[in-house]
Write a protein that binds this ligand. Structure first.
Ligand code: 5AD
Ligand code: SF4
Length: 482
């Protein structure tokens, strides 16, 4: 199946920055290689980008597809393609294992099609051991690159077409942000917008600071320009992306420097953008200013994802999170007071080294008191190179699973209590899709991120409509357009 996507920056017209211009020359060169392949195959070659992990990776994949489509590939969703690119995640071990599993399948495809190419990029490739494993056990892979040099994809593709050897290009760090390259969006009406890259927090369990590097912020000018271009292209909702959006501004010059709340104000001024989301704030830095900025900007979605990780102050300290159970709950109280209609969701890790049943009791206590609308719960995964990996008191799998189940039950109970609050009201929703189960229904997303299914057709996709929420079914509603 080919994907229906729109591309920004199809060519170098208007592009000013030197590195982007250089990459456009590689795009031109790569077009020649793809055209040759097309002649050989007697059809347009296909490329499939498989994305693992978070919204940042999803956004990076749109950049990869932008280049692939610009050089002449047809973007497809199945790995049964002429070129497969895995954009990897390494935040937990199961993400690593899933990629390796898929590579086994692709190896069999390579045998059948000598012209086939495979590339691997993303966070997992920033780890030396992962690259060594691929070099040793997956010799058929043609190209490996990391998170810092993704903007060089066109250049790397040229190298790949010119060589029979495995091309490996991984950078340990970068302070560079390359703008203005092609990008191909998955949705015509909503888009992620990077506002910063990297993380400086070094939570002791987390690999992200090692694979995504130090925090770098995009200038407000570049962010606003992208939002304006997106709006002109029909986008109605943007999600501002960063590992720790409240510390937006790090690395900007004095004349560019603005705070995240100020940036929210500016993005909300962009005509045509009707809804603004952001992901992810850190509880230690979430300021009253930010909450006030949400209050004064009705365009900002009433949904705050506020990762808790643990409800035990002792464990939070060992995680290097810089807040306590009490301060987190105070923050939730403040949000509830100032933004009574906002949904609050969270991430929680169970089985962190040294965690006792009594610590999980504290976490469950926070879940109940905070009344989360939803929570993503994870079993701690040991990441080589992080401080927590060498903590001595690792928790047994059995204890972690038992506590995970206890926590999950508490999360489900609280979410059930929260859901249904809006039954009988009318909400403005952005229609995203035809319902998967029933093609007479469409699916819309409310400001607080909850989904509602209601009668409608394809023509509504990408528009905002008012929907009466007839009935709550746990995590979603059914409704009627008014
Ligand atoms: N093990 C388990 N979960 C983790 N996360 C980050 N690192 C780990 C790890 N080593 C979770 C955190 C984070 C989310 C994106 O992934 O909860 O908020
Ligand atoms: Fe990882 Fe903590 Fe940075 Fe989030 S804030 S990416 S959990 S180190």
């Amino acid at each position: 199946m080919s994907l229906d996507m729109s591309i920004l920056h199809k060519n170098a017209i208007g592009v000013t920055d030197e590195e982007s211009l250089k990459q456009f020359t590689y795009i031109e060169k790569a077009k020649g290689y793809v055209a040759e392949l097309e002649k050989e195959l007697g059809r347009k070659p296909t490329a499939c980008v498989v994305t693992f992990g978070c919204q940042m990776n999803a956004k990076d994949s749109e950049k990869l597809i932008g280049i692939l489509v610009s050089i002449g590939y047809e973007s497809v969703e199945t790995e049964d393609a002429d070129f497969v690119i895995y954009n990897t995640c390494t935040v937990r071990d199961n993400a690593d294992q899933r990629v390796l599993g898929r590579l086994g399948y692709v190896k069999s495809l390579h045998k059948k099609r000598p012209w086939m190419k495979t590339a691997i990029c993303g966070c997992m490739m920033q780890e030396k051991t992962a690259v060594e494993k691929i070099q040793k056990s997956y010799r058929f892979v043609n190209l490996i690159f990391g998170t810092h040099n993704l903007y060089k994809f066109a250049e790397l593709l040229c190298q790949m077409f010119e060589s029979d050897r495995m091309i490996i290009d991984i950078w340990e760090k970068t302070d560079r942000i390359v703008e203005q390259l092609p990008i191909s969006r998955k949705y015509s009406f909503k888009s992620g917008v990077n506002i910063m890259f990297g993380c400086n927090n070094f939570c002791t369990y987390c690999i992200v600071p090692y694979v995504r590097g130090r925090e770098r912020s995009r200038t407000p000018k570049d962010i606003i320009r992208e939002c304006e271009e997106l709006a002109a292209d029909g986008v109605k909702e943007v999600m501002l992306l960063g590992q720790n959006v409240d510390s937006y501004g790090i690395g900007l010059s004095d004349e560019d420097k603005i705070s995240f709340p100020e940036l929210l104000d500016e993005v909300c001024k962009v005509e045509g953008i009707e809804r603004v989301r952001f992901m992810t704030p850190h509880p230690k830095d979430m300021s009253v200013d930010l909450i006030d900025a949400i209050v004064r900007n009705p365009k900002v979605a009433r949904h705050i994802h506020l990762p808790l990780q643990s409800g035990s102050t002792e464990i939070l300290k060992r995680m290097n999170r810089h807040y306590t159970k009490e301060s987190y709950l105070q923050l939730v109280d403040l949000i509830r007071e100032k933004l009574p209609d906002a949904a609050i969701t969270t991430d929680i890790i169970v089985g962190f080294p040294g965690e006792k049943d009594s610590d999980v009791d504290e976490t469950i206590d926070v879940v109940r008191k905070a009344g989360f609308d939803n929570a993503f719960t994870f079993i701690y995964s040991k990441r080589t190179g992080t401080p927590a990996a060498s903590f001595e008191d690792q928790v047994s799998e059995e204890d972690a699973k038992r506590n995970f189940n206890r926590l999950l039950k508490a999360v489900q109970e609280t979410a059930r209590l929260q859901s249904g609050k809006l039954e009988g009201t009318v909400e403005r929703v952005l229609v995203e899709d035809i319902n998967e189960q029933d093609s007479n229904l469409v699916t819309g997303r409310m400001s607080n991120n909850t989904l509602v299914h209601f009668p409608g057709d394809e023509s509504l996709i990408g528009t905002f409509v008012d929907v009466h929420l007839d009935e709550c079914h746990g995590f979603y509603y059914t409704g009627t357009m008014v």
